[in-house]
Design a protein around this ligand. Structure first.
Ligand SMILES: [Zn+2]
Length: 284
């Protein structure tokens, strides 16, 4: 297999399904995607997982909408949210943009549509009309799940208006927790590494980037970097719900974990975060 960024041959990684590029540090997984398979919903408690992340996502989405307003072309209001899931980003973007979403999971997408958001069921870009273009296209925790990432990004270039921006919010391979999970898998503790890749979920992660190799990939596809930063992977708000979901029924243990992690948040800010956001402008 060749690296999607620099096209060198990738090396064997830390597990049978993981590989990494020795030249640009891009990482890939050959995990199976089973979205819209009926058992996929039954096999995990998707709603509980999402609810546990809601506070973190909403805080990060509010920040991303601010950046979108700053960097969108003047007067540009048309925004597309690819993989809009529960509609939380559409909700955050609604005051500033005419936002529409695309969601492959019919059940999740129809719930967001019932709440009044414009959501198309299907995949990007097939779910769009042939003449539809946008000023802003956003992928929140989505691009790392797409098998043919090169085609998806080329379609973004086609679907952006001149001067339009692409916003990618995704996991960071330089992040503190990801690197900790790589250390643990070397010590034969595979659980955290498998969870970082979402190995047991219907749509696992297939790619892991850092700021440099992501910008290099985009540059090769006709995008220039306008803004890049880390977003917090842990926020105090909603932390207890998140820990509760990971699942310790003992309330004393839960409170103990909460207090320890709450105190660690300022310390963890000293290390690279596990979430990055990049904003890229369509060239030409
Ligand atoms: Zn590479």
């Amino acid at each position: 297999m060749n690296c999607v960024v620099c096209h060198h041959t990738v090396s064997h990684g830390l597990t049978g399904w993981h590989s990494q590029c020795p030249h640009c540090r891009y990482e890939a997984a050959t995990l199976r995607v089973s979205i819209n398979v009926p058992q996929a919903h039954a096999s995990i408690d998707e709603e509980a997982r999402e609810a546990s992340l809601k506070a973190l996502r909403q805080a990060n989405f509010a920040e991303i909408v601010d950046h979108a307003r700053t960097y969108a072309p003047p007067g540009g209001r048309r925004l597309l949210d690819v993989g809009s899931a529960h509609g939380w980003f559409l909700e955050a973007a609604a005051p500033a943009f005419d936002a529409i979403g695309i969601e492959p999971d019919a059940e999740v997408g129809s719930k967001a549509a019932q709440r009044g958001f414009q959501v198309r069921q299907g995949y990007f870009p097939d779910a769009l009309r042939s003449d539809e273009t946008f000023d802003v296209i956003v992928f929140n925790d989505v691009i790392e799940h797409i098998p043919d990432i090169g085609s998806a990004l080329r379609a973004c270039h086609d679907r952006l208006n001149p001067g339009g921006i692409l916003i990618l919010n995704l996991p960071n391979s330089r992040g503190f927790f990801y690197r900790l999970s790589k250390l643990l898998v070397r010590l034969r503790i595979a659980g955290p590494f498998e969870r970082m890749w979402q190995k047991s979920l219907p749509s696992p992660h297939l790619h892991y980037f850092d700021n440099q190799n992501l910008t290099r990939l985009l540059a090769g596809l006709g995008f220039s970097l306008v803004f890049q930063r880390e977003l917090p992977a842990l926020r105090a708000q909603g932390l207890k719900e998140r820990l509760g979901y990971v699942g310790n029924p003992n309330p004393l243990v839960l409170w103990g974990q909460y207090v320890v992690i709450r105190c660690l948040i300022p310390v963890l800010r000293l290390f690279p975060s596990d979430i990055i956001v990049g904003i890229y402008r369509r060239e030409g």
